[in-house]
Structures are given as structure tokens and as C-alpha cells.
Design a protein around this ligand. Sequence first.
Ligand code: ARG
Length: 290
Amino acid sequence: MKKYFAMILAGMMAVSLAACGGSSNAPAAAPAAEPAAEAEAQTEEAEAPEAEAQTDAAFTTVAAGELHMATNAAFPPYEMTSDNGGYEGIDVEIATMIAQKLGLELVVDDMEFGSVITSVQSGKADIAMAGLTVTEERMKNVDFTESYATGVQVIIVPEGSDIQTVDDLANDKMIGVQDGTTGYIYCSAPVEDGGYGEDHVTSYTNGAMAIEALKGGKVDAVVIDNEPAKAFVAVNDGLKILDTEYIVENYAIGISKDNPALRDAVNNALKELIADGSVQTIVDKYITAE
Ligand code: ARG
């Protein structure tokens, strides 16, 4: 059984490494000095009410003056609904600051996770930002910015579960995952590729539903990113996170391959926010070190 984990781990590391290489070569072309000047020009324009999608500017967005963020707001602490009916979380705050730098207003488009990339590909949203892991497969469909965070796939089980290590997952268990996520992709892979096979995986629309299924005994474990895992376990009694899995992934923003100017503008804004500590400040606000 150990070899399954070794294989998954090796597979994921390969993806992570490939992702690093991929995300860092994308933005190299844009000069660093550009975005500030651009941001100012954009601000004025964004305020003109009947301005069309910004065709005369360096980049265009799906709606004039707006930056549409495709996300699945059921993934705390990256994106979730707030008490006042809006959205909050690490991704929402970073995207708000990126939009500000570009002179745009952020609009959150909440949808199923599986639609996040296609909505950017089909020109319905400008950016896909959803604790979105960079994978080679996804890189065929969208361009990615620099990575702004890392995620780790972890295993949640009921306290007292006989699943104690990742090896135990292979023991004819049913694993709950979020539809279309890397957790789904890795777990549903055939056994010979390091997964557990489709028959041992049940997909749910979002993490919260997978957690409900776990509490109801419909699945034996849930595989999900570490920070949402902590958030779910904190508000659900009787669950725990196994400390056995260490698959590190990179989160980045996905942007249409047809809009390199927007990709560069967003990427430059993001890089500035990483460099000046803004991203870290936002992360620290939502994630407290244990
Ligand atoms: N990091 C995982 C992936 O990219 C899960 C992301 C789920 N995000 C969400 N907002 N529901 O596949």
C-alpha cells in the first residue's frame, strides 16, 4: 500500500514543479514600470459611465470598469460569503487590491468550482481565482500568474476512524472530494497511477457538502486543501485532519490565453502586492499560525 502514496506524491511533486516552471515564464515579457501609469489612466476611464469594455487601453475586461472574478465561494478562508451578503476571504481581498491597481471594480461571480476555468476561457469572467491549483492540464486551458499561495491536500476523517495514514485510504474506502478539484483528480486516478479508482471516490459540489457526507457516514474520508480543511474541522465536532499527507500545490490566478495584456497587468499588480507585503498581510488576517 505504501507505494500508492509514494506514487501520488511523486506525481504531485512533478505537477508542482511543472507548475512552478510554467507560471514563472508566463509574465516575463511585461516591463515592471508599466502598471502604475496604466492604473492611473484606467481609473479615469473606469469612472466614465458609458465607457465600453476597455478596448483602447492596454487590456480589455468583460465589462467596462469591472474585473470579474470567477470563483466558488465555499472555500474558506480563500473565498466565502460574508454576513452582509457579500464575499470575503484571501482571494477576494487580493483580487480587490489587484482591481484597484488596475482602476477597476471587483465583481465576484460565484459558481460551481468546475465552471471557474471555463468561464474565463469562454470570456464570461476575467480571472479565475479560487484557491486554484496550477496543473499541467489546466495550463493547456488558461494562462496562470505567479503563484501567491501554496496548498496541501490533506485527509479529514471522523475521530476514532480506522483510517490513520494515507495508506489506509486504499483499504476499500469511500473518499469524498469536491467536484473537479485536484483532490478529485488524484484520488479518482486508477490504482496503477497512484489513485484509488473512480469507484472509491464520491464527488460533491463543494467542500461543505463533502463534510456533511462524512458526518453522515456516506464517505470514510474527505480529501481537500489544508486551509479549508482546518476551517471545516473547526466548525464541525468529531472530525480531525490526519497529518500524513504532504502534497504541496501552488495557487495562482487563471486568465484567458486570448488576453495576454490582462494577464500581464494582473500579474504585475499581483507581483507588486506580493513584494510590498500586502498579500502576506491579507494571509495573516485569515490564517493564524498555530
Ligand atoms: N486547490 C484545489 C484545486 O484547484 C481546490 C480548489 C477549490 N476551490 C474552491 N473555491 N472551491 O483543484
